[in-house]
Design a binder for this molecule. Structure first.
Ligand code: COA
Length: 386
């Protein structure tokens, strides 16, 4: 396996894009990433694009071909990758493996979703397809409801409180204030979260990630050629992926996501480091309880202590470990197919020292964690300078 580096990275503003189409978002992220890599687009040999549900959101499928067509790059190989909200990360992994294997020297990886063209109710049904359609969605269990079940069980077993969950959203909005690409550049308080209306008890509006439009892209190349494109390459030191049952009812535990534990174990093994070597991470906080599960399952905090650590500020910017420096899915927004790639763009900016007021100093290892569905797919990448 060859070493693989990120030499270009870019993201569009996340939010509601009324004057940019799905194609516009792809073009903006891709052109900015190619510019960032200071290369001619013709050097790209293949494209991997993460997209979860464009058929439901905008009525368009066949996104691999659309991306190449929109970017004027026909006839190169362009492939859509789908794993629900982890679509962006499986695209990154596909691009990583293609370069690591020696098949290609330079590939582009993107992620995109345009979710605001349909109503919230229609979006809830589209997103619900990431769970078990027959045994969950058909019975009325939308994603807020599934994560509410996980929250209830964590509260029951470990005494986690609604205030502790709210602290994750408060911290993520605080980080998003410093991120010009974030959907919500505004601070909130625990009181604001507690007073926001219930979506699925115990989860309230401000415990939920929003519905978002956006795209992100990175350019990968064999590490041996990386310095041709940038003075600050970022190496993908590890890539881990695992799966689990689609339906929560078939899990042996509701207080952990086993796919995350396995993906993290494999990634830490590959990078030859452990959780304590990570100073900052983007984790999948589609709902506040998801961040608590993630920081426990990734090994940053002991099982059951994620809520306490969050409310005591141990995950804040430049504390014990800086979690969701971009604002996470909650503050930065969650265009489902783009999120995994955006997490890696944030890691790249952080490792290059380009994250402005949200910069974590003296960073050596950055972890990204992206979940599909309620934990049926989990993908972990570890990034380092090089
Ligand atoms: N966080 C903060 N503010 C939010 C928000 C969120 N998650 N969702 C909406 N808002 C704000 C909007 O900006 C808007 O503010 P404004 O009136 O100042 O413009 C207001 O709340 C109403 O927005 P609206 O779009 O009508 O909200 P909604 O009730 O239709 O949708 C949710 C709210 C929580 C149901 C929706 O965001 C949602 O479904 N989130 C979960 C998405 C999801 O499941 N993703 C996959 C995870 S696995």
């Amino acid at each position: 396996m060859r070493k693989v580096s990120i030499v270009g990275a870019a993201v569009t503003k996340f939010g509601e894009h009324w004057s940019s189409s799905f194609r516009d978002l792809i073009a903006e992220a891709a052109v900015k990433a190619v510019d960032d890599a200071k290369m001619d687009g013709n050097e790209i040999q293949a494209i991997y694009g993460g997209c979860m549900a464009s058929g439901r959101f905008i009525g368009q499928e066949h996104i691999g071909a659309l991306i190449a067509d929109q970017l004027g790059m026909n006839p190169l190989a362009s492939t859509r990758c789908e794993a629900a909200c982890a679509s962006g990360s499986v695209a990154l992994r596909a691009g990583y493996l293609a370069v690591a294997s020696g098949m290609y020297d330079v590939v582009a990886v993107g992620g995109v979703e345009k979710m605001t063209e349909i109503s919230t109710e229609e979006a809830a049904i589209a997103l619900g397809g990431a769970g078990d359609q027959e045994w969950e969605l058909f019975m009325g269990a939308t994603f807020p409801a599934l994560y509410a079940l996980l929250a209830r069980r964590h509260m029951h077993e470990y005494g986690t409180t609604e205030e502790q969950m709210a602290a994750c959203s408060v911290k993520n909005h605080a980080n998003a204030v410093h991120n010009p690409y974030a959907q919500f550049q505004r601070a909130i308080t625990i009181g604001d979260v507690m007073e926001s209306g219930y979506v699925a008890t115990p989860l309230k509006l401000l415990d939920c990630s929003p519905i978002t439009d956006g795209a992100a892209a990175v350019i990968l190349c064999a590490s041996e050629h990386a310095r041709k494109h940038t003075d600050a390459p970022v190496e993908i030191a590890a890539s881990g992926q695992a799966s689990d049952s689609l339906a929560l009812a078939q899990r042996s535990s509701l207080t952990e996501l086993n796919a995350t534990k396995v993906a993290a174990r494999d990634a830490f093994r590959q990078a030859n480091i452990s959780a304590k070597d990570i100073q900052a991470a983007e984790v999948h906080d589609c709902f506040s309880i998801a961040e608590i599960l993630a920081i426990e399952d990734l090994g940053f905090f002991k099982k059951g202590y994620g809520g306490k650590a969050s409310i005591e500020g141990e995950t804040a910017l430049n504390s014990k470990i800086s979690i969701n420096t971009s604002g996470g899915l909650k503050g930065c927004g969650h265009p489902v197919g783009a999120t995994g790639v955006k997490q890696v763009v944030e890691g790249t900016m952080q490792l290059r020292g380009e994250a402005g007021k949200r910069q974590v100093p003296n960073l050596t290892n950055f972890l990204t964690h992206n979940v599909g569905g309620s934990g049926a797919t989990s993908v972990v990448h570890i990034l380092k300078r090089g």
